[in-house]
Every structure is written in C-alpha cells, then in structure tokens.
Ligand binder design. Sequence first.
Ligand code: ADP
Ligand code: MG
Length: 585
Amino acid sequence: DWQQLEYDLQGIDGQQYGAYKRLLGKYDHAGPRFTLSVDHVQGDAYAAPSKVRSIVPWSETGFPKEYLDSDVRRIALCDFVSRIAGSIIQAKHLDRNVGNANGGWSGPKGGAFSICMPGAEILPRTSAVIAGDDSIELRFTVSLPAAGRTVLGQQAYQILAVNLVEIVKKALLHANLDKQSLRRHIESSERQESLRSQLSEKGLIAFVSNGAILPRASGASQAPLSGPSVVGFRSPPEMEVTLTSSDGQSFRGMGIPKGVTLLTGGGFHGKSTLLEALELGVYNHLPGDGREAVVADPTAFKIRAEDGRSIANTDITPFIKNLPGGKTTNAFSTEDASGSTSMAANIQEALEAGCKTLLIDEDSSATNLLVRDQRMQSLIRNEPITPLISKVSALYNQHGVSTVIVIGGLGDWLAVANRVIAMDSYVPHDITAKAQEVVSQFPSAINQDAAYGSFPQRSFTVDLQGLKSPFASRKRFIALRSQIRDAVDDPSQAESGVDLDGLDQIVEIGQSRTIAVLLQRIAGQTGAKGLRLNELLKRLEMLIGVDKCSLASLEGGDLVAVRQLELAAALSRLRGAALQVDASS
Ligand code: ADP
Ligand code: MG
C-alpha cells in the first residue's frame, strides 16, 4: 500500500495546493515495515508545516526488549532516536548550504523536514514516543513542496517516500544505530536516576561527583568547557561520600546535606557555576556532558528576584507585612512587583508547589530580602521586610526545606549556615569550622524567627476565552495574543503573555510549549474552577514530570516534559483576565 502513496502523489501533481489534503491518513511501508501517518496537512505552502508520524512496530526495530522495562529506559531510548533523526536532518540542511543539490531535504522555508533538536538534557519529548509496548514513532513536521500554488508531486514523493524512509532506517532500526552509544545513553540515565533517588534517604539534597566538569563552553552553549584551564570537580574531604548506582558503580564526591548551605569565595572562583550545576541536577544529562554524576533533589527550585512580574493573591507575610497605609500582604497582588516582593513571592509559590530545596544566588537576588544588618535594624524601625536570613533556619527546622545560597559579601549569613563551602580557584573547601570561629569573633545580632509563617494555598480559575491559543514564542515566553483584532495590531498587546524569563530551569523551548498546552488544558476543563494548586496539578498528573514518559497523548512533535514546579510558576505569572486567584481562607 506504499504504492498508493505514489499513486496519490501522481494524482495530485500540478493540482491546487489544497489537493495535498488527499494524503491525510495512513500508508504502510513494507521493508522496513512501518506506517506513515499523515495527521495534518498545511493549507498552503506558507502555512505552518504539515505533521506526519512514522510508526514502526517494536518487533521490526530490533531494539532489545529490556529497553521497554522502565520509564527511564524508554525516555532515554526516545531521546536518543530523536537526536539521531535530528542530526540526520541537520546534516542534510548543512549539505544544502554548501551548495549540494537539496534532494528534497529542504523546502521553501529552509527545511522540508524538521524535528525538535534536543539540548544537553535527556527528557521525555513528543518527537519520539513509545505508544503501548508494540511500536515506536517519530513525529516530524514537513513543508510540502509547491510551485506557486500547485502541488509538486515528484518532490513530495522524494520527501515522504524516500527521505523519510532513510530517516526511519537510520534512526529506528537497531541494526543501523550505534548500539553502544545507545546503551550508554540508557545506562547513564539509569545511573543518574538511581543516584538522585538515593539523596533524600542519605540526608542529602545534592551530590557532585569528583571529576565532574561543571563550567560550560560559553553563556550560549551548554557544551562542557574544554581545554587545559578546566578544573575537574574535587570534593572537600569532610563532605566526601560514596554513592553506588543501581548497576553497582560507585561514585565518590561531595554530598550537600539537608539544611542551610552557603557557597562562598571570591568573585570568579566558580560559585555560580556550581549552583547552576545543582539547578540542572534535577535533569539527566547526556553522556559526555560532564555533569552525568551531578544530581539534585528533584524538587530543587532556583529562586531569583524578578522585578516587574505580576503576583496574584500570594501570601507573602513571612517576608513582608505591615505595608504603609495598612495594606495587608496575606493575599498580595501587583502587576509590577519590586525586586524584594517578587523574590518573596517566588519563594512562597515554590513552597506552595512542593519545593523542598531553594537554590539562590546573591548575583540575582534582592539584597534587602536576603539580609538587614545591625545598623539598619537600629536605624530603620518600621521596615516591612523580614529578610530570608531570619527565616531560613525555621524553614528547615519546621518544614524540612533546605537552602543552598551563594553569598560573597554578606557575612551575617555565616551565622545561620549549617555548612559553609568556599570556592577557591574552582575547588571547594569546607570552611564551616573556620566560619563559626569568625562568627564568635565578630558577633552580629541576627533576629532568627522561630516560626517560618504560612505557605500560600491559593485557588485558581484559568480562563483563556478571548485569548488565542497560548504558544511559546521564545524559550521562556508564552504569547497570549488577544483574539480582538485591535489588540493584535497594538504591539504592546501582541507581546503580552506569560513571561518565564525568571525560571532558570526551563532548558528548552519545547518545555514552554508544553506549559502552553497545559495552560490551555486547565482553562478548557469544566469544573476546574477555583481549584487548589495541588488539585489542579493532580488532574494533570499524568502529563507532568520529567521522570515519566506520559506526553504521548499530547498532540504534536515539539513538546518536552516539564516539572510541576515550572507549570505552577507559569500559572502564577498569568496576567489579568486570564487568571482568577483566590487566597486561602
Ligand atoms: P563566581 O560566581 O564565583 O563569580 P563563576 O561561577 O561565574 O564565578 O565562574 C567564573 C568563570 O570561571 C566562568 O567563566 C566559568 O566558566 C569559569 N569556571 C567555573 N568553574 C570552572 C572550572 N571548574 N574550571 C575552569 N573554569 C571554570
Ligand atoms: Mg557568581
């Protein structure tokens, strides 16, 4: 019935572009056995590209059966084949750029095929999914070729019947793959998962293996920094622990215990680099990334100041109360938060969403939310802000929420830290004892609250009526264009949307796309009005989580899994009419 594809394309050759719609449906290929499913056909050559899937029966792929045994294996396998397919397509595009005949690999918009190219993390993505246990599929977008407004049947045949088959053969048949790389990909994922799962029972919130390469090639590249200047990670002896992964490998490295940990040291000595490695330690990394044995509490969440964000009815009383004019803060709202209020809200909302480890860098914080020194305490009596330094111990003691904070210049923090790590030329040292000496030598009066205060418990109603379907227009921005024409013509409205720039742990635009789809789901659910955050997340449970392959039921090939923490954070950043939030009673 592959013949049918040829007939169909011959039949519509030279016809109006719309005739491509005839391709909708399925075609079976015989050797190798797979099904081409044409799911969506674009309306014209310049519309959003068409969507196709190639579905290969598991038995045909030759992949070992045990690769289906767990979510982590399936995710790694799908991630691997997505990368292979992506790199074939990229290489073909490059060929074209050096002037080779394009052979149907590139179309009017620069690429007949496209697949979402993965970054440095191994994640569930809809570019490749295992549906049930009996098949694996690749999802592409394809620009179907046209001359003016007419169908180019011959070229379409080259794309769908020749090139696509080549991709299937190279990416989905075990015999043609680099089997060892695939096995390494899977085993590495399992090891990372296994190390991460041991953290909590060992009293740790993170582990950084000796020899890990933490710095990246540049601010724009997630590739590891290379060259003679790179210093491999080496744990301070006092903090060295051994973890054994599920396959029996042991890893020695630095275990960061639960509690309050300070990362200090001079400027440029590698503090932020270590913190960033912890932020991304919630994900599994590619073999060769340098951070394959750097793992963190899966709920670890980066907190930063984010002035300008909107806040809807968030209880920020632990940090800010008694505002001038008697304004209360147990249901605080603003369309334009300051550095300190945004940071207070970010902490409170992370706790609301289940975060157990806060990751904070002084570089991206509001100083007045971190600390208030003795002189300011005696000079300014009516300060509405209680800084984090007064709360961080109670947060751990009462709620078991740990904090890792990069502090270069705020010595008061030494008094509240359970551990102090000093970075010196990229090498960490445990200076806890020395720090405690300094604290007794230069005492300073820090008020430490015995009680942290309350977490927010808001109810959400999301209503996207009157807004076009949300879509990720940048890596960390979801556009919410109004359906009202005037508003679209007004550029300030066109840029309105959910700004996720403050969420450092969103690593791919595909994650923002997933958030957009999930927001739409939430809005579309009847009876999902006025739901508590945890109830709301529960309804989407099957669809959230970077450790589960549960995205398959979502449409499209360009979605990447997110944690519920990022989804919750996006929800909290919806502005105005789209969101109605009730504070807890
Ligand atoms: P800090 O936050 O202490 O000021 P950064 O973490 O920003 O320092 O690091 C400063 C520079 O040093 C960055 O350019 C980073 O890439 C580089 N760097 C960090 N760790 C290492 C390392 N282990 N080996 C080599 N270079 C590193
Ligand atoms: Mg820094």
